[in-house]
Ligand binder design. Structure first.
Ligand code: FES
Ligand SMILES: [Fe+2]
Length: 367
């Protein structure tokens, strides 16, 4: 018996679905699902926030970040309660946000504490704006936009490599006009190395294992890596494709909702911190760590020198990472456009990892 199925889309087109192939059309509106707000989201890099307030958006919520009198990051709704203008146009005065329009000042609790023209017989207005739990951790500013009672059960995604002397970091910012599901599917599907040409770090992936829980999906691929970072000169493989040679390495990718982490052998860790801004716009921070663990002689050198090496090489994979991001963003934005033009048109999916990813997105969106 031929067990091949035919999936029929709304416009009458059919696609053959072979045994073992998932038809993702059953999860019809995955592209419109909201995020689960009860997680920590990375909304800015620490270095982006200087003396001036910074406007950021997380799932259609306008948020203003600023540093108070002791340099601590505060996060408030980006809206002056007086005339609803943006507080991100404010300036920080004595550690408070001073609105650009009439100069009302707001403290970190979102309370109005000063009005410059308040008459003697007038009381301060009792208006108050929303505040967000915020943390500055591992080079990023994290916000928890969910329910207060659920905050204790969550932590920002650990990034132990960020402060470790043995890892060189590069950060690329992803700005995609697309639903976050397209981006996480791109990151979890290692079969798209075809796209990346000389930028790609891996080849010939074969999915070996897949695990999922109500918060995670982990896929284990056996692959070939182009890089081996075991001699000091081998770091130059990041810049010169001719120096790269394929060799087998495990490739592990995990959706640790709402973020992503992957490892390629011992040499690379790549994380993606998601900041979905709305149903068709996603910002994310892709962080590439190159490991210096293999350089045992380097580890015996003074800490100040190792820190200098690490800091001097910060961003050394920028061209590589930006190139990867540009190619991926083009694809996910085209997927989004195609979806908007015809939401019912779906192709068959050969990588069962993506079925698990969609299941996790659906589950989290319902929580
Ligand atoms: S609008 Fe902000 S003080 Fe008036
Ligand atoms: Fe990619």
């Amino acid at each position: 018996m031929d067990v091949t199925q035919l999936a029929t889309s709304a416009n009458g087109e059919t696609a053959a679905i072979a045994p073992g192939v998932s038809d993702t059309s059953s999860s019809s509106d995955i592209r419109q699902l909201r995020i689960n707000l009860n997680h920590w989201y990375a909304i800015a890099q620490s270095r982006e926030l200087t003396q001036q307030p910074l406007a950021v958006t997380l799932w259609q919520q306008a948020i203003v970040l600023y540093r108070d009198a002791v340099g601590q990051v505060q996060a408030l709704e980006d809206r002056c309660p007086h005339r609803q203008v943006k507080l991100s146009h404010a300036q920080v005065v004595e550690g408070k946000l001073e609105c650009a329009y009439h100069g009302w000042r707001f403290d970190a609790a979102g309370t109005c504490v000063h009005v410059p023209y308040l008459a003697d017989h007038q009381k301060l207005p009792t208006c108050k704006i929303r505040t967000y739990p915020v943390r500055e951790q591992a080079g990023f500013i994290w916000v928890f936009p969910g329910e207060a009672q659920k905050q204790a059960a969550c932590e920002p995604l650990p990034l132990p490599e960020w402060d470790h002397l043995n890892y060189i970091a590069t950060v690329s910012i992803i700005e995609a006009e697309a639903h976050y599901s397209f981006l996480i599917e791109n990151l979890m599907d290692m079969y798209h190395g075809h796209l990346h040409d000389s930028y790609q770090a891996w080849a010939d992936p074969v999915l070996q294992g897949l695990e999922e829980s109500d918060r995670t999906v982990s896929a284990h691929y056996e692959a070939q890596s182009y890089y081996k970072i075991d001699k000091i000169w081998s770091v130059s493989q990041l810049f010169f494709p001719a120096l790269r040679q394929l060799h087998p390495e495990p490739l592990d990718v995990s959706y640790l909702y709402p973020h992503w982490r992957s490892t390629l052998g011992q040499d690379f860790v790549i994380c993606c911190l998601f900041c979905p801004q709305g149903p068709t716009r996603t910002r994310a921070f892709l962080i590439h760590f190159t490991s210096l663990n293999a350089f045992h002689r380097l580890h015996k050198l003074p800490v100040w020198f190792r820190r200098w090496v690490r800091d001097s090489l910060f961003g050394s994979a920028q061209k590589l990472l930006d190139g990867l991001v540009e190619q991926d963003v083009l694809m996910v934005e085209e997927e989004q456009q195609a979806y908007l033009q015809n939401p019912d048109r779906r192709g068959p999916e050969l990588n069962r990892t993506l079925t698990s990813v969609q299941r996790l997105i659906s589950h989290q969106a319902k929580l």
